[in-house]
Design a protein around this ligand. Structure first.
Ligand code: MCF
Ligand code: FE
Length: 407
């Protein structure tokens, strides 16, 4: 059993409780949380790690959507619109993937840890990042991705996907959870989606899919038009989209831990369906800005919970969740900065945990002990500002605790 205390504890519980001068008693799960005074009296024989100087303890951050295999990119890929990005990915994919070797991905994971991330939803196209992931103490929900829209390739693609998933399953553990990613409605044949989702249902695996992330995708899925037409004709000899958005969504019934990434171009009907499916939306504000010059309209989500994902370095200049939270805070300038900061912190903790089907993201009894600490640069004038000041000022963290261990 261990105890840590700080000037502020941000719990992210359902009451948004903040404890001033609080302490957390934990092993792999959180045992108790209270004021430092009370905990000191109750556990007189246990040494307490007392953090001072405007210290903050909060749940570790959950990056619900990241492509580590694309970590080789910094200045290569084209941004500005999705079509330019897509063609640049196809042109440079080989080089970028080769560049992202085990050493580079391990470095990126280490930096993610030092910037407060304790859990990731890792979208894996090839399993090239598997070894680096297994070495890292960060919790992984490892989404093996299925992709392919050509009808005559389904069997081969499904077999390849299954062999990657089965390999990932060999390493399943408390901090490595195999899961399934469907790439998108335009790139995965509905037969392949159906087979893959049956597997997810039978084995109770979390599922995530990109969905309506660009205007080009909207034009193609709804009208079989736009620059995707040229692309599909040239590369795949295809003149029609394989699914309409609603046909695609209809395939996802009865999936327990389901999320859709981006959704910047969704219709109101799509949103109704996403709500009915009980899914979350992974919000990747930087990626959306770079690839589609747009942002998710959060007011339209209603009760649909959203999470925060950086996406990969293929569509972001950073994998730091605090960088991403700052970008989200700045991009959504129409929102009240104080209220919205709280919403963002909860999106990056408790909502991420829910989307991935985990028991994390809250400092509360019986939740997993994934905790980060850092210090604000000066005294806090008003406790109401705490979430906002955390987002504005935090770049690196001082302590990272995952599953009850300092890592
Ligand atoms: O999320 C971004 C943009 N949207 C779609 N796909 C990807 C993103 N970053 C990397 N990808 C990967 C995807 O997983 O690109 C590959 C897929 O394996 C091919 S589609 C260009
Ligand atoms: Fe993505």
């Amino acid at each position: 059993m261990k105890i840590i205390s700080a000037n502020w504890i941000v719990t992210c519980d359902e009451n948004d409780s903040i404890i001033k001068d609080g302490a957390i008693v934990f092993d792999d799960k959180i045992i108790e949380i209270d004021s430092l005074d009370k905990i000191e009296k109750k556990y007189p024989n246990i040494e307490i790690n007392k953090l001072e100087n405007n210290s903050v303890l909060m749940p570790g951050l959950i990056n619900s959507h990241v492509h580590l295999e694309f970590s080789g990119n910094s200045t290569t890929l084209k941004y500005g619109n999705f079509y330019s990005w897509l063609t640049s990915v196809i042109k440079h994919r080989e080089d970028l993937i080769n560049k992202a070797d085990k050493k580079l991905i391990s470095l990126k994971l280490e930096k993610m840890k030092r910037t407060g991330t304790t859990t990731i939803g890792a979208i894996s196209s090839y399993s090239f990042e598997l070894e680096a992931c297994l070495k890292s103490p960060i919790n992984k929900v490892f989404f093996c991705e299925v992709i392919g829209s050509k009808g005559d390739m389904i069997d081969t693609l499904f077999a390849d996907f299954k062999s990657r998933l089965n390999n990932a399953k060999k390493f399943a553990s408390k901090n490595f959870i195999p899961a399934i990613a469907i790439h998108s409605p335009y790139s995965v044949h509905p037969f392949l989606v159906r087979e893959t989702l049956n597997l997810a249902r039978n084995e109770n695996l979390a599922v995530s899919s990109h969905f309506l992330e660009s205007r080009e995708e909207f034009e193609w899925l709804h009208k079989d038009e736009g620059s995707f037409l040229e692309f599909f004709k040239n590369f795949l000899n295809q003149e029609k989209a394989v699914s309409k958005p609603m046909e695609f969504l209809n395939l996802f019934s009865n999936i327990k831990n389901l999320s859709f990434t981006h959704c910047v171009e969704v219709s109101n009907n799509d949103l109704e369906k996403i709500k009915e499916l009980g899914a979350s939306i992974n919000h990747c504000v930087t990626s959306n800005r770079l690839l589609n010059n747009t942002k998710l309209d959060l007011d339209r989500l209603g009760e649909i919970p959203f999470t925060i994902g950086t996406d990969g370095l293929s569509s972001n200049n950073s994998l730091s969740m605090f960088d991403e939270l700052r970008n989200a805070l700045m991009a959504h300038y129409d929102k009240n900065v104080i209220e919205f900061s709280k919403k963002l912190i909860k999106a990056a903790t408790v909502n991420g945990s829910r989307a991935l089907g985990l028991n994390k993201g809250v400092i509360g009894k019986d939740f997993d002990s994934d905790i980060i600490s850092f210090s604000l640069p000066d005294n806090l004038e008003d406790v109401e500002d705490l979430y906002m000041q955390i987002i504005l000022h935090t770049k690196f963290v001082d302590n990272v605790i995952i599953g009850g261990e300092y890592v």
